[in-house]
Ligand binder design. Structure first.
Ligand SMILES: [Zn+2]
Length: 470
């Protein structure tokens, strides 16, 4: 009888969890927003024409020009407070008189370089800023000059509509994000954080609206956390031998056997809290049957983890990954080398420590002759909340600013300047409202980087709603 009742209870829970969850539309779209996409494209084109590649890094002359561009085109006419820090970083503030903690948007003026041999393959030269076929072309259009221009344009359209944010807004534009933020974000957080007047929230780069994840749906993929990198050298040393008499104890043999055991044993999957929210949100536009599976993780957890493990991208979201990036041994065809070494590059989920990962490597390799040495570690970064006021406002503002999109928190495998702010206790949400498919995303740091005018328009509208409603 008890078993029967439990069964009935389980069935009710299954069906209950599969029902569509419709959140009430709490916000209204901003009426009468005038969006000047042509001006945005022109200014972005001028911004792209400043070659700010890093490395080598922004020259003082280029820094003066980019600060001039942003302040003369936007900050001054909009009446923003302007502060230049160290000649390179720009901090703009829209003062509103609100007592709520401010929010900070970020941008970076530096871009990754374009190799000489890559340039002929570009449709338009990478620093041309050509406006052609409905796109602005060039390095930095997506990463990350485009969003800076769109944030400023969104401020302009709010002001033109007689609207203002509900809290002070900062826009911080740095100069060395692509080379680790050591002189930019790190210094800013160390020496200038008090300038933000107790800001609680950061809107950074790192996630996009993507339309090729689930068919027919656009997901506003907001990265609420990031994986952290750990690089380890694994080395075996043995006496050298002659290649005519090999043994299983030779350094290359010992190392490769241990590596084979390691590669055959992926880290156990772990569903972090934001990913549970992601699954709930992913389920929304799906059929009843799929919702039933995705929402009933108490029953289908194993199946869901197997599904997520199938693709490299989703597998990386639920486990610590290990990539074998260097293998070195040997110097002569008939000598067994005395040393063999491998470099393992790992991306760890938030919460996995270096010690824990080293322990797992040792256990999987099961070979005491393999010596491990940590070459570098980027360190863990806290995850931004997916509940509470800041998240709820972001969620609601995106729902109305990017109509039809499903807001979904993700953990990004990449890192950016946001980590410095997250470690200082701010809630960092990494998101740029351009809708990009895999082909367009590959242009970031790749060839023919470009942004469509439609995306500029969409991002200005979305940022206007974020600015107004956050
Ligand atoms: Zn970037």
């Amino acid at each position: 009888m008890i078993a029967l009742a439990a069964l009935a209870g389980g069935a009710v829970l299954l069906v209950y969890n599969a029902r569509p969850v419709r959140r009430a539309a709490r916000l209204t779209p901003l009426p009468d927003l005038k969006i000047d996409t042509a001006r945005a494209a022109e200014n972005l084109s001028r911004y792209v024409q400043l070659d700010t590649s890093a490395p080598p890094g922004i020259s003082p002359e280029a820094a003066v020009k980019h600060i001039q561009l942003l302040t003369e085109q936007y900050a001054r006419p909009l009446g923003l407070e302007i502060e230049v820090i160290g000649g390179l970083m720009l901090l703009l503030r829209w003062r509103t008189g609100s007592r709520r903690p401010p929010v900070m948007f970020t941008g970076h003026a530096d871009v990754v370089p374009v190799a000489e041999d890559e340039r002929p393959r570009w449709t338009h030269p990478p620093f041309s800023g050509a406006i052609d076929q409905g796109f602005v072309w060039g390095r930095g259009t997506l990463d990350n000059k485009g969003s800076t221009i769109c944030i400023l344009e969104a401020m302009a359209s709010l002001q033109a509509a007689g609207l203002k944010p509900d809290r002070d807004v900062f826009l911080w534009v740095t100069h060395d994000e692509e080379v680790g933020g050591v002189e930019g974000a790190k210094v800013f957080v160390r020496d200038h954080l008090e300038k933000l007047d107790g800001a609680s929230m950061v809107i950074d780069e790192g996630g996009y609206a993507i339309n090729d994840f689930v068919r027919g749906a656009v997901f506003a993929a907001v990265a609420v956390g990031e994986k952290h990198a750990l690089t380890v050298r694994a080395r075996v040393e043995t006496p050298p031998g002659h290649a005519s008499m090999p043994t299983a104890g030779d350094a290359p043999a010992v190392l490769t056997a241990a590596l084979a055991r390691l590669m055959a044993a992926p880290s156990p999957p772990r569903l972090l809290a934001p990913l549970r929210v992601l699954l709930d949100r992913l389920a929304e536009p799906m059929s009843w049957g799929r919702r039933l599976v995705l929402r009933n993780r108490w029953l289908f957890g194993g199946l869901i983890l197997r599904m997520l493990s199938r693709l490299a991208a989703s597998s990386a979201m639920i486990r610590d990954t290990v990539a074998l990036t260097f293998l070195r041994a040997g110097h002569k065809v008939n000598i067994i080398p005395a040393q063999a070494e491998a470099t393992l590059h790992m991306r760890l989920l938030p919460g996995t420590s270096t010690e824990e990962m080293l322990g797992r490597l040792r256990a999987a390799m099961a070979e005491p002759r393999v010596k491990l040495e940590v070459l570098s570690e980027s360190g863990d970064t806290p995850i931004a909340p997916t509940r509470g006021e800041d998240w709820e406002r972001l969620d609601a503002a995106l729902a109305v600013g990017l109509p039809g999109a499903v807001v979904a928190p993700i953990i990004t495998p990449g890192t950016d300047d946001g980590r410095y702010f997250a470690r200082a206790g701010l809630a960092v949400y990494r998101y740029i409202p351009f809708t990009l498919d895999a082909v367009e995303r590959r242009r970031i740091h790749g060839e023919d980087e470009r942004v469509s005018l439609a995306n500029l328009q969409q991002a200005i509208v979305a940022y206007a709603h974020l600015l107004r409603y956050l």
